[in-house]
Design a protein around this ligand. Structure first.
Ligand SMILES: C[S@@+](CC[C@H](N)C(=O)[O-])C[C@H]1O[C@@H](n2cnc3c(N)ncnc32)[C@H](O)[C@@H]1O
Length: 412
């Protein structure tokens, strides 16, 4: 079906493929209307409009045999959107919880390629060019937006909090602003945002103040915490997680808690491949360079060099620059130079199952997993969010049964 429909991600901003694949995933009374016209036009241009014959014109959803490893759930429990989607770490986590993704955006076409191969959907491109009115309704928004400074430089924390003007203004021109405008228009019941730990201290804490206050101004009650992926995968990876619940629905009384774990259940050796090609072993030249570099820095008193991992421990944080020399996580080998991780091992280090396809070069693969989230950690956070949505849902259906005016009695 994919080859028949010419679904090949080869360059950024292939909007027609984004429309088509979103339409293929859409449901009749929900998101289909957002995607149907451009999708039908695409099929007509391709001479495949007959695919629509005998189908409800508003819904292509012909019984698709999804030939991707992670198709949408058949009976979704909630809808979400996936912004700054990368390769879909959040999507995997939330699909595992029964969520159905109704919109996704990611502008890097290598990441789009991996995303499509695994989920059968091509993300829309640059989020700054997408009108929020064209995004379908959803219960949960997820985003790992890039961190950028805001313009409150020179304003002390105290003054900043007492300001007359809203914090929403300050977010203009940043990618966080795109999250803000979508939240403002679509008002999902909850959101889940992820970022590097340094977001909290960035620009002496001002960036985080703007983010927090802007989200509150939008009518959300905020929970945030730095969480470490090491309780889910053998990798030290601290990230700030920000979760919000609409105050007008939850009244600020949601019982949401971040997952707490104390045991580190895995060691590096649990995720290593048995047979690894020679090309992953560092060349003598690179290994010498890394050792000399580390020695030079040690002499200067700053200890950062390469990171030789210990098999029964956990690794340092995998970064998007791992493809350069692999120096932050090296695997010791007997009587040989150390080696770097394979892309599959990087996938495992982020909690991706082995059925996750890696259809790009090794370099792109390293970048993509280095940028990604720890899937089981996000799933654990997501599960606690969904628990709160279900409580509200149950509460509303009880109210409607007893004759009170309930809001929608399904989270869908
Ligand atoms: C930190 S990564 C998110 C990774 C993702 N959470 C995952 O699990 O793979 C941020 C992503 O935002 C994308 N991005 C940056 N600016 C964008 C824009 N204007 N529109 C769409 N995507 C953008 C980047 O290409 C990058 O993949």
């Amino acid at each position: 079906m994919r080859s028949k429909l010419d679904i090949k991600v080869s360059k950024p901003e292939q909007m027609e493929l984004a429309y088509l694949t979103h339409f293929l995933h859409a449901d009749k009374n929900g998101s289909a209307k957002y995607y149907s016209n451009p999708a039908k036009e695409y099929l007509q241009n391709l001479g495949e409009e007959n695919i629509l014959k005998d189908k409800d014109p508003d819904q292509l959803s012909f019984p698709i045999e999804w030939d991707v490893p992670f198709p949408p759930p058949e009976k979704p429990k909630f809808k979400f959107i996936d912004l700054f989607a990368g390769i879909g770490g959040f999507r995997l986590s939330l699909q595992n919880l029964g969520g159905k993704c109704v919109f996704t955006s990611e502008w890097n076409h290598f990441a789009q390629k991996t995303y499509e191969a695994n989920f059968g959907e091509v993300p829309f491109g640059d989020i700054t060019k997408i009108d929020e009115a064209n995004i379908p309704d959803h219960e949960v928004l997820v985003a790992g937006f890039p961190c950028q400074p805001f313009s409150i430089a020179g304003v002390s924390k105290k003054n900043a909090l007492g300001r007359k003007h809203g914090f929403l203004d300050e977010t203009q021109g940043t990618l966080f602003f795109d999250v803000v405008r979508i939240l403002k228009k679509k008002k999902p019941k909850a959101f889940l945002l992820e970022n590097v730990k340094n977001l909290v201290s960035h620009d002496k804490g001002k960036t985080f103040i703007v983010i927090r206050e802007a989200l509150k101004e939008l009518g959300y009650n905020i929970h945030y915490k730095v969480l470490d992926g090491k309780y889910y995968v053998p990798q030290h990876r601290e990230r700030i997680i920000i979760v919000g619940f609409r105050r007008d629905i939850f009244g600020g009384k949601e019982e949401f808690q971040f997952p707490e774990r104390e045991e580190i259940p895995f060691a590096l050796e649990d995720i290593l491949e048995e047979k690894v090609e020679e090309k992953y072993t560092l060349s003598d030249k690179l290994w010498k360079y890394l050792q000399d570099y580390a020695a030079k820095h040690k002499a200067k008193g700053n200890g950062f060099g390469f990171g030789m991992a210990s098999m029964d421990g956990i690794t340092r944080t995998l970064s998007a620059r791992y493809y350069k020399d692999g120096s932050e996580i090296l695997i010791p080998q007997e009587r040989r130079n150390p080696r770097r991780l394979t892309p599959r091992e990087c996938a495992r280090l982020q909690g991706y199952p082995d059925s996750f396809l890696i259809p790009v070069s090794n370099n792109q693969g390293y970048r993509q997993f280095g940028n990604s989230v720890v899937v089981p950690l996000m799933q654990a956070v997501g599960a606690n969010i969904i628990k709160e949505l279900e409580k509200i849902n149950a509460g509303n259906s009880t109210k409607s049964h007893s004759g009170c005016t309930g809001v929608a009695n399904s989270i869908l």
